[in-house]
Design a protein around this ligand. Structure first.
Ligand code: SF4
Length: 377
């Protein structure tokens, strides 16, 4: 879930919510800025800071599916890595069951939850499974490693049987055959299944799936996403599914009642139940993603022939993002106020949030002058 503001009150920040209150991981006003200033830039006095994530608050509850979507460079992977403790925020906090992850990692204070426990609970699956599997280890050896950590009381035979059982779950049959293969003897889809299995053996609370199906053929993508859905309920884990492809996010979160978070230039601009975000996108940027995604719905398909609902195709430079609403340089609905004032993520429904002035019918936006090239109203 992510923080919002109350649209009728003073614009105080609130947490964008999935409706659940049993958060495993909570991010609070997280910023991740990368200093890309080179020697020459420094001598010229130029600041080359990339604002990869800028002021995002989000909660990840138990057994939830959250798809983070947006164009390349919008900060979704960085945000996901913050959530699983792989990226330290420049400011803001990230906690696991109330314990600050970075305090635990660095031994500050007396952590209520030791860092090794947190590390086991937060796992990641990368886009390229080949790079995360040791080429010199068989599938069996790769999967026995986490099992020894999490279930040290099991004997060697019991562990081996558990691996065979897991491979069956993963659809890799006959399991005894797959268990003795090396990564190069597996297809990309099979390698990704092994990586998923290895993550699940840690009994994680959250798995970050970072573009985990992007490199697979379309038919294999659906199979892999279906497998993750099945295993989510078996292993009681949450998924943060990062994708630049709205179609993947739509399938992964939309078919199982998950949530979608839409990111633009480091900010969360819309968050809510996937089926609602898909059926009725509120933020103009979400409408762009939706427009760009092929649909089988004949009514919506008619809209696909229309011009793209953006004024500018090019994404602004994240080192120097636009003032006010960061989407105003491309937004067809932009008005003068959007150039100077930043919209907060506000609750627009029980568990939906959007960062756009158009969500507030009393906002000064409605009396503001349309920007040339945008819509009139
Ligand atoms: Fe467009 Fe203005 Fe809404 Fe930003 S605040 S998305 S520029 S209408």
């Amino acid at each position: 879930m992510a923080r919002t503001t109350d649209s009728t009150d003073e614009r105080s920040t609130d947490r964008a919510s999935t409706g659940a209150n049993d958060s495993v991981v909570s991010l609070e006003d997280v910023r991740v800025h990368f200093d890309e200033t080179g020697l020459i830039d420094g001598l010229r006095g130029e600041d080359e800071t990339v604002r990869a994530v800028d002021g995002v608050s989000i909660d990840i509850p138990e057994n939830e599916i959250i798809a983070l979507v947006g164009e390349s460079g919008c900060g979704k992977t960085t945000l996901g890595k913050v959530a699983v403790g792989l990226q330290r925020p420049t400011s803001g906090t990230v906690t696991y069951r109330g314990q600050d992850i970075w305090d635990a990692k660095e031994g500050n204070g007396d952590p209520a939850i030791p860092y090794p426990e947190i590390r086991e609970a937060l796992q990641i699956i990368h886009q390229d499974p080949g790079s995360s599997l040791n080429p010199n280890r068989t599938v069996l050896t790769s999967l026995l490693v986490p099992l020894k950590l999490t279930e040290p009381e099991l004997g060697p035979n019991q562990r081996e049987q558990r691996v065979y059982q897991l491979l069956e779950y993963l659809g890799m049959k006959p399991s005894e055959d797959y268990a003795h293969r090396y990564p190069h003897q597996l297809s990309g889809g099979e390698q990704q299944r092994v990586v998923l299995g290895r993550a699940l053996l840690m009994s994680p609370d959250v798995i970050l799936a970072d573009e985990a199906v992007s490199a697979l053929d379309v038919s294999l993508r659906v199979e892999m996403m279906d497998l993750m859905h099945d295993l989510q309920s078996v292993f009681d884990t949450s998924f943060v599914f990062v994708s630049h492809d709205f179609a993947n996010a739509r399938y992964f979160a939309g078919t199982v009642g998950g949530k979608i978070g839409v990111m633009y230039l480091g900010e969360l601009v819309e968050f809510g139940p996937a089926e609602e975000v898909i059926r009725d996108p509120q933020h103009p940027y979400t409408k762009v993603l939706s427009w760009a995604t092929p649909t089988l719905d004949p009514d919506l398909a008619a809209e696909e022939s229309m011009d793209p609902p953006v004024r500018e195709i090019d994404i602004p430079d994240p080192i120097d993002p636009p003032s006010g609403c960061r989407f105003h340089t491309r937004c067809p609905e932009a008005r003068a106020v959007c150039e100077t004032t930043t919209p907060e993520l506000v609750a627009t429904d029980t568990d939906r949030q959007t960062a756009c002035f158009r969500m507030d019918e009393t906002h000064e936006y409605w009396d503001s002058q349309p920007i040339t090239g945008g819509n009139d109203g």
